[in-house]
Design a protein around this ligand. Structure first.
Ligand SMILES: [Zn+2]
Length: 224
């Protein structure tokens, strides 16, 4: 799926449950910015002189971009002569408000040739899938009395405050980090939702400091 197809939802009534989109800073800024409203609200409103139409388009967006225009920013041996401006200029084309809407930002370093045939480590896919299924079940039960809410990402306001209240240590960590990182109100609430989900994956009833620390780590990319 391309960015252009995704923005097409602004003019149609297709409903996506999820999509994968390669977001390139080469796309026109106006095109990228059209993603902001559907990411935030899960719908698109088209306003005309005598009518407002709301199209549902709730989706999970997975996006990827190179670290800079030449693509070799993390590799000192191959990077262009414009480091670090090459990356700053390139990723700077993605606006702060759009970047703020990405809950999980992960930098993926180049794979070393020596690692290509190494034995995979860590949890296998089936184990992770089982943990995710359990976390989804927890959320289904949590929102049983809220028919319009399926997962933590849908919760807001008083409901979010109730289901994602961290313990005292977690709260102190979050408030300190919010100040240091200059988190927006949107970013603050998004961190809480991610922490709630990490706690669910951990099988934990309460959101504790490690859950919040992990949630915050996903906002600590070079382009925070
Ligand atoms: Zn470069």
């Amino acid at each position: 799926m391309t960015c252009g197809e995704l923005t097409g939802i602004a003019y149609g009534n297709r409903v996506f449950s999820w999509c994968v989109c390669y977001i390139s800073p080469e796309f026109a800024r106006a095109v990228l910015e059209t993603l902001r409203q559907p990411i935030e609200t899960g719908d698109v409103v088209i306003a005309r002189a005598n009518a407002h139409v709301r199209y549902p388009c709730k989706f999970l967006l997975v996006a990827a971009a190179n670290p800079c225009k030449c693509g070799y920013l993390p590799d000192p041996a191959r990077a262009c002569a414009r480091v670090p401006e090459c990356g700053v200029d390139y990723l700077g084309r993605i606006s702060g408000p759009l970047m703020d809407r990405f809950d999980l930002r992960v930098e993926v370093p180049p794979v070393e040739f020596a690692d290509l045939d190494s034995v995979p480590t860590g949890e296998d896919t089936a184990s992770v899938a089982a943990r995710v299924a359990r976390a989804r079940q927890i959320q289904t039960e949590r929102f049983a009395e809220h028919p319009r809410i399926r997962v933590n990402a849908d919760a807001e306001g008083a409901l979010l405050d109730r289901i994602a209240a961290p313990d005292a240590e977690g709260k102190a960590l979050l408030l300190g980090a919010a100040e240091r990182l200059g988190l927006s109100a949107r970013g603050y609430h998004r961190v809480l939702r991610v922490a709630r989900t990490i706690a669910d994956l951990d099988g934990a009833r309460d959101i504790r400091r490690p859950h919040l620390a992990e949630a915050l780590s996903f906002r600590l990319t070079a382009r925070a």
